[in-house]
Design a protein around this ligand. Structure first.
Ligand SMILES: [Zn+2]
Ligand SMILES: [Zn+2]
Length: 324
């Protein structure tokens, strides 16, 4: 029997590390705890030496995909009375030095739930889980816990709380966990600020965009103006309002198929387009693309990006496959 303290530094908070450690320790029948603190992740595990070695190897090898371990240290402690493995509340410290993850593009499982009419998060634009969703933009202070994020004002409903507290659930300790009952909501307003009550909301938005409306999407960093990329009049109007006469605009498209209809795409460009940072990639426009000429007048290239927030996917899941 042995007890070890393992300290991990790097990007180890907000990536599902605590649930992962919990599951691994429970599977190997080890006792101890895991907690976030201002320096990263602190683990204490106790059990037979052979299983502790296995724990350590798998900890580093099978770590959550989004995690980055810069340093790990292990020390031996005195053996204590064994108790079931737990996730302990985080320790606060004035000098926070741990890494923070940027926001993460919505994952395939969340996308699937969001498009299932029977799911309780159907068309819910703030869906997220342990492996995706906002991180950097909602963190107010460290360690990364719900109480230190802008989600603190949305108390979890019983169902969300249950997900948050169940080790087997994919939202176990997902700090921004939310649903239409307890989480943030989307409001649609007319140009004069008057709320528009449309039910269901997204088909109404798609219809408006198809008719040439310009939508101002309020995000954390400001407003993002969008319109149907096939609609010349809408694109021209948006240019006028932005005071941007000729500078090329970027487009966001539904999927790879749509990209290939309008642009030439090689494997390297494709990889870049779908990489975690979801950058705008400059691609060569095809001659026969039917996108509005006004997007990038006189330009042979087109700035293209893939959707990353659930809301982008919702905008593009109806009749429109390209937006500016
Ligand atoms: Zn997800
Ligand atoms: Zn909820």
């Amino acid at each position: 029997m042995e007890r070890r303290r393992i300290r991990l530094n790097g990007i180890v908070q907000g990536v599902g590390f605590r649930p992962f450690v919990y599951q691994l320790a429970t599977e190997l029948d080890l006792s101890g705890f895991v907690r976030n603190d201002a320096h990263g992740l602190l683990i204490e595990v106790q059990g037979p030496t052979k299983r502790l070695d296995e724990f350590h190897t798998r900890l580093l090898k099978q770590r959550p995909v989004l995690a980055r371990i810069d340093r790990h240290r292990s020390t031996t402690l005195n053996v204590q009375k064994p108790n079931p493995f737990t996730i302990r509340p985080s320790l606060r410290d004035r000098k926070a030095v741990t890494g923070i993850l940027p926001d993460v593009a919505v994952c395939p499982l969340c996308l699937q739930e969001m498009s299932d009419p029977l799911d309780r998060r159907f068309h819910y634009p703030f869906i997220n889980c342990t492996h995706c969703g906002p991180r950097y933009t909602i963190i107010r202070s460290l360690p990364y816990d719900r109480s230190n994020t802008s989600m603190a004002v949305f108390p979890l409903c019983p169902q969300c709380r249950q997900e948050y507290e169940s080790p087997k659930n994919r939202r176990f300790h997902a700090q921004p966990n939310a649903c239409p009952v307890c989480g943030p909501r989307l409001t649609l307003c007319a140009a004069d600020g008057r709320p528009i009550h449309a039910e269901p909301l997204f088909p109404f938005i798609w219809q408006q965009l198809q008719q040439g409306a310009i939508l101002a999407v309020r995000g954390i960093g400001g407003f993002h103006l969008c319109a149907d990329a096939h609609n010349s009049v809408a694109v021209q109007t948006l240019r006028l309002r932005k005071g941007r006469e000729e500078k090329p605009l970027a487009i966001m498209v539904r999927d790879r198929q749509t990209v290939e209809r309008h642009c030439r795409l090689d494997e390297a460009e494709n990889e870049l387009l779908f990489s975690a940072a979801r950058p705008i990639v400059l691609l060569q426009k095809k001659e026969d693309s039917d996108l509005a000429y006004e997007i990038a007048p006189g330009n042979r290239c087109l700035g293209v990006m893939m959707p990353y927030a659930p809301l982008h996917h919702l905008f593009l899941s109806g009749p429109l496959d390209s937006l500016i």
